[in-house]
Design a protein around this ligand. Structure first.
Ligand code: F6R
Length: 244
């Protein structure tokens, strides 16, 4: 794993943007894996800026999001579908036909997961998967002790994840307790992975990831088995790691 340390969140967002734009411009039909949450928001803002400057186009790009809450309509501002449209897709030249986000209100969730996997296979492999990390080491919504052989599935959210994500909702009771998430094996099949880590509240997770054995107790530790992972982390996120 290669680690790029940058000063702060703005620098992280700019670096991640250059990284992604370079890949999009190199590849003929890029397939991107995307994340939601606070971490990639700055990256998406930078991408919109680059698009407005004519430095990147998404006409040939296909995207697959990591996850979506179960039981939330796509029109709900807390859905990840809404987030992606609001933060990125509505501001660039991507066709919504090329955008895939699991449907958290599908009548048959198991079938939805199977079809999501099939759609990823049909698109060929994901060229570059953007990830954030939970303070508990989760990637996607694959919480500690999720099998490394998991594929897209309905995941139960840990209490700590529900608590962390309650900042987006009116009350903690409104936070869904389940999500559809790409599995760990699905994520590991991406050709390249870009993990973004920002802020002091992720410093412990980064230090643990770097020092622990590869274990299902720390889902992100699986990334040590992938041959092409770049971590971009800001100083605050590196604060514990730099003391070890
Ligand atoms: C989001 C996702 C999650 C987040 C993680 C960090 O699609 O899959 O794993 O990346 O929970 O979230 P933030 O960036 O909000 O700290």
């Amino acid at each position: 794993m290669k680690i790029i340390q940058v000063k702060d969140y703005d620098a992280l967002s700019e670096r991640a943007c250059s990284f992604l734009v370079e890949r999009i411009n190199e590849l003929e039909n890029p397939v991107l894996g995307l994340a939601t949450g606070s971490t990639p928001e700055g990256l998406y803002k930078q991408i919109i800026k680059k698009y407005n400057q004519g430095k990147v186009s998404f006409q040939q790009v296909k995207t697959f999001n990591l996850d979506e809450y179960v039981g939330i309509e796509r029109t709900d501002p807390n859905s990840y579908y809404y987030f992606m449209k609001d933060k990125l897709f509505d501001h660039i030249d991507i066709s919504l036909d090329n955008v895939q986000i699991p449907n958290g209100i599908a009548p048959d969730l198991r079938q939805e997961c199977e079809e999501y996997e099939e759609a990823i296979q049909a698109a060929g492999e994901i060229d570059i998967q953007v990830l954030g990390i939970g303070a508990n080491g989760h990637i996607g919504f694959n919480e500690p002790r999720t099998s490394f052989t998991s594929r897209t599935q309905v995941a139960d959210l840990e209490a700590s994840t529900i608590e962390a994500n309650s900042r987006f909702f009116h009350s903690i009771e409104e936070v869904p307790t389940q999500a559809i998430s790409m599995g760990i094996e699905t994520i590991m099949e991406s050709k390249e992975i870009l993990l973004l880590i920002s802020g002091e509240n992720k410093a412990e997770a980064l230090a643990t990831l770097l020092t622990c054995d590869v274990t299902e107790e720390v889902p992100a530790s699986v990334l040590k088995k992938h041959s092409n992972v770049t971590i971009i982390a800001d100083e605050a996120a590196c604060s514990v790691m730099n003391q070890v």
